[in-house]
Design a binder for this molecule. Structure first.
Ligand code: HEM
Length: 511
């Protein structure tokens, strides 16, 4: 009797649960449909490429060559067009300087539909935060990129680069082309750990290498998640093998950052180390975070601390890795510019063997080439916002609050209305006279406005030191059998790596 009653109440409970799930599902669907209607209505005055009834534009976006597909859409639809990832997530995709200025000169928040995918990995650090807390953290961390803090980093970049170049001497002797992406990534992570996280002189250990490969997985998985509507819902995503792979990679990344924080906290307990830090005129990034107190003397919570460390660890090395690799690819592709950059850096160096801070300002041609490679191969190809208030564009069209914006930096940098012959590599586009006459929002590798890149000076210095040293040591040539295939994975990577032939320029290299 009891068991019959029990089975009856269990089955009734099951029915209730199923009913509840159905109602919740229906409510969610209604919310999604209403939002879709709002987003679609907001973009009514913007024509765009045809959309698939289920995937929107997601299929085109996921294919190889998607970046150039967007450039071709940009030719067809000047200024902007709707971009649908599935049926419920629609952005106005913009690639025109006045459009970019209308949105990016204001401080609208990041689009949560995309940036919330970061939370499991980098938490609410500077990249994702918004409002007063973002402002406080930005103010707190800005001194970590003061010019006096950046100066000694020139020597750190130099040492990490020499370690990589010594390994390249051996690879170059084999006479075969090789993929430079992974080596550059290790070098950039090594520099970052030494500059901003107080790592000693030791080179990367197995923990750092696991972190590096975890980031490679995470950026790939994140991009796939953004582009695949079936992964957008958290509940569904964590049940999929893709989601579980993402969680495992997050764990590997967190193990690394926790280790870095623990190590630094332990070092600070040592009085001598603390005195050494206090005697420095400017604190590094991790000193600032560990020493931060609010007006009531309360420290940064462990969660906030880890979010910032995770954010900077990723943003600070993967972006510069992409920048350096695509720059070296451009040098291999255009030997005449490679030659001119090398001549310039040789002249600056004279008979010295390493660069100093003052040298960086003299690398004018190299800097123009770096900017031209950022134009054609922007390390961060796309960024997203959600409008907190309506915006009106130059051509009279407008969008209401709540609309989603995707700034397609890659397409903006190839907009033929701004850049004549956009596919041509021409560093003189960045001569002072040409820059003076160009729209300030035509070139945005570091984004622009209040939410621009906090690390851009750090990044430019690193780019100059590393690339100058590379050009002094090697001649770079293409491997015609393995041209890179551009792939956005949060940063711009190549599906098949960047394979180059290197010829050592050291007089004793043949021995
Ligand atoms: C070539 C190298 C780099 C490029 C092209 C680059 C590009 C960018 C871009 C486009 C944004 C805006 C992102 C968005 O709106 O979603 C950004 C933000 C940011 N970058 Fe960079 N970045 C580079 C290097 C660095 C470095 C070296 C660091 C740190 C050491 C860094 C730290 C950050 C942080 C923390 C933000 C968020 C800033 C905020 O919202 O207040 N970046 N970066």
């Amino acid at each position: 009797m009891v068991s019959v009653l029990l089975s009856l109440s269990v089955s009734r409970l099951g029915l209730w649960a199923a009913g509840l799930i159905l109602v919740l599902g229906l409510l969610k669907l209604i919310r999604l449909l209403l939002r879709r209607q709002m987003l679609a209505r907001a973009m009514e005055s913007f024509p765009g490429p045809p959309t698939h009834w289920l995937f929107g534009h997601a299929q085109e976006i996921q294919q190889t060559g998607s970046l150039d597909k967007v450039v071709s859409w940009a030719h067809q639809f000047p200024y902007a067009h709707p971009l649908w990832l599935g049926q419920f997530l629609g952005f106005l995709n913009i690639y025109e300087p006045d459009y970019a200025k209308a949105v990016y000169s204001r401080g609208d928040p990041k689009a949560a539909d995309v940036y919330d995918f970061f939370l499991q990995w980098i938490g609410k650090g500077l990249l994702v935060l918004h409002g007063p807390k973002w402002y406080e953290h930005r103010k707190l961390l800005t001194p970590g990129f003061h010019y006096d803090v950046l100066k000694p980093y020139v020597a750190v970049f130099t040492n990490s680069t020499h370690t990589m170049l010594d390994q390249w001497e051996e690879k170059a002797r084999e006479g075969k082309s090789f993929d430079i992406f992974c080596d550059v990534g290790h070098m950039a992570l090594d520099s970052l750990m030494k500059c901003t996280f107080g790592k000693g002189d030791s080179s990367l250990d197995h923990r750092d290498s696991s972190y590096h490969s975890a980031v490679r997985d995470l950026t790939l998985l994140m991009q796939e998640r953004i582009d695949s509507f079936q992964y957008h819902n958290d509940f569904v995503y964590w049940l999929t093998p893709h989601g579980r792979r993402f969680l495992r990679a997050c764990q590997a990344a967190h193990d690394h950052t926790d280790h870095v924080i623990r190590g630094r906290k332990a070092a600070l307990k040592d009085e001598k180390e603390w005195e050494k830090i206090q005697s420095r005129r400017h604190l590094d990034f991790l000193d600032i975070l560990l020493g931060a107190r609010d007006e009531n003397g309360i420290k940064l919570s462990d969660e906030d601390l880890r979010a910032e460390v995770d954010t900077f660890m990723f943003e600070g090395h993967d972006t510069t890795t992409s920048g350096i690799c695509w720059f070296l690819y451009c040098m291999a592709l255009y030997p005449e510019h490679q030659h001119r950059c090398r001549e310039e850096v040789c002249k600056i160096l004279g008979d010295r063997d390493s660069f100093q801070w003052d040298d960086l300002g003299k690398m004018t041609y190299l800097t123009m080439c770096i900017k031209e490679s950022f134009r054609l191969y922007p390390p961060v190809p796309q960024v997203y916002r959600q409008l907190s208030k309506p915006v009106s564009f130059v051509d009279g069209r407008s969008l209401p609050a709540g609309s989603l914006i995707s700034l397609h930096i890659y397409a903006l940098h190839r907009n033929s209305a701004v850049w004549p012959d956009p596919e041509v590599f021409d560093p003189l586009r960045f001569s002072p006279e040409n820059v003076a006459t160009r729209h300030p929002f035509a070139f945005m590798p570091f984004s622009a406005g209040p939410r621009n890149c906090i690390g851009q000076q750090f990044a430019m210095n690193e780019m100059k030191v590393v690339t100058a040293l590379c050009l002094l040591r090697f001649e770079f040539a293409l491997d015609p059998l393995r041209p890179p295939i551009k792939m956005p994975q949060l940063v711009l990577r190549s599906k098949n790596g960047i394979h180059l032939h290197l010829k050592s320029l050291r007089p004793d290299s043949g021995k």
